[in-house]
Design a protein around this ligand. Structure first.
Ligand SMILES: *Cc1c(COP(=O)(O)O)cnc(C)c1O
Length: 397
């Protein structure tokens, strides 16, 4: 029979391998079982009545959580050094539920100009339809954001590094201003994961993750995680429940399983991504690299101050090339897949058009933007793959 663990402070890698599972309560089996549940039966009328009371925290219906979802919540909260976390059906669901928890008709929210594009679309469409005004701000604004706060400003939404442009925000400065003015802060921390950045320890209220990326880590499930402190727990959890947003048990299990190896995977993604970025920087076909962990990135000092590592996702700006050459580059790649998402074990590339998706700070770079995700393949093979694709680009003119 498994031993009961003693309590006490644990290092992060130990938390990753121990939180959210209890072999002693489960026949000694290492991993928690996957509970498939809708109905959860009450043993008596009195127990049923008890389970309907506000604040009841036991199991009462599949949508309100099972031991499987709570195992993921426990691990997620422990990693973010906070009290609570809740899983939802996708990263975008984490974003939308977190925002909806704090706004009402007539609210004004401030959203970073380099936020993930579907986040912007959600704000502009759904929130707009219900009378919430979204104002986009320069991601480099820092404490100056104070002058954009209005009496009806309810949320400052951050994403750092920003999608595709990889600009780093001064998160502690923004969180401090927001707290002083009674404004909630939400951050999309998908890129760094809680392994490399812990926003709640920097004063942020709510952290959202596309756990689809590194937590799942194998490109085989969609998942969202929202982490928060005690003060914001009811607002977020009630919103998630009222919207009926539930993550499926098998996907929750896949996320838990992925997270057990997340730190070792990330160490490889970081080292390999940095080597790939440096290699690309020296290529004549590449004009600029957008990777905050490189010393020449304009926000490198901020990244170094707040983050303890980098993931395997970074951007490049190509030197001018023809449409045919650009297409030939993607078509010649064999190991780098062309597709949305990232955070899995495999390498990916994605072209992006930022001129269309920025409104506060116009995107003025003329070169084409190509995002790279460096996976777990052998680096020499990845370089050879890109080398071949550049040759095809040149041959196409
Ligand atoms: C992918 C992504 C999302 C959305 O996650 P899904 O699970 O695809 O819905 C949100 N934010 C960022 C930064 C992302 O990269």
């Amino acid at each position: 029979m498994a031993k009961k663990p003693s309590s006490g402070p644990r290092g992060e890698n130990t938390v990753l391998t121990t939180a959210g599972r209890d072999p002693a309560a489960n026949h000694g089996i290492v991993n928690p079982p996957v509970y498939h549940a809708s109905t959860i039966l009450s043993p008596s009328y009195a127990a049923f009545e008890e389970s309907r009371k506000p604040g009841y925290d036991g199991y009462r219906y599949g949508r309100y959580g099972t031991p499987t979802t709570r195992a993921l919540d426990e691990l997620s909260a422990a990693l973010d050094h906070t009290d609570h976390a809740i899983s939802v059906s996708s990263g975008l669901a984490a974003v939308s539920c977190a925002l909806l928890a704090f706004v009402e008709a007539g609210s004004h929210i401030l959203v970073s100009d380099s936020a993930y594009e579907p986040t912007r679309t959600f704000c502009n469409s759904v929130l707009g339809r219900f009378g919430v005004e979204t104002e986009y701000y320069d991601p480099h604004i820092g404490a100056e954001i104070e002058r954009l706060i209005r009496p009806n400003t309810k949320v400052i939404y951050m994403e750092s590094p920003g999608s595709h442009s990889f600009d780093i925000q001064d998160v502690p400065a923004i969180a401090e201003v927001a707290r002083a003015r009674g404004v909630k802060t939400i951050i999309d921390n998908t890129w760094a994961t809680p392994i490399y950045f812990k926003p709640i320890t920097k004063g942020v209220n709510v952290v959202v993750y596309a756990a689809t990326k590194y937590q799942v880590g194998h490109s085989d499930a969609m998942m969202g995680i929202i982490a928060m402190g005690e003060e914001d727990r009811d607002a977020v959890r009630d919103t998630v429940r009222r919207l009926g947003n539930t993550a499926g048990p098998d996907d929750v299990y896949l996320t838990l399983r992925g997270m057990r190896t997340m730190a070792v995977r990330l160490r490889h993604h970081m080292a390999a991504g940095l080597e790939m970025a440096r290699w690309l920087r020296d290529r004549p076909e590449v004009k600029r690299i957008l990777h905050p962990a490189l010393e020449d990135h304009p926000d490198h000092a901020l990244w170094k101050r707040d983050f303890t590592g980098a993931s395997g996702l970074f951007g490049t700006i190509f030197e001018p090339c023809s449409d045919a050459g650009f297409a030939a580059f993607f078509d010649a790649l064999e190991l780098h897949g062309l597709g949305a998402s990232w955070g899995g074990f495999e390498s990916l590339v994605l072209p992006a058009n930022l001129a269309k998706s920025r409104t506060a700070v116009p995107w003025t770079e003329t070169g084409r933007v190509v995002r790279f995700h460096t996976g777990l393949e052998d680096l020499e093979d990845l370089k050879a793959d890109v080398d071949r694709a550049f040759a095809a680009m040149k041959a196409a003119g």
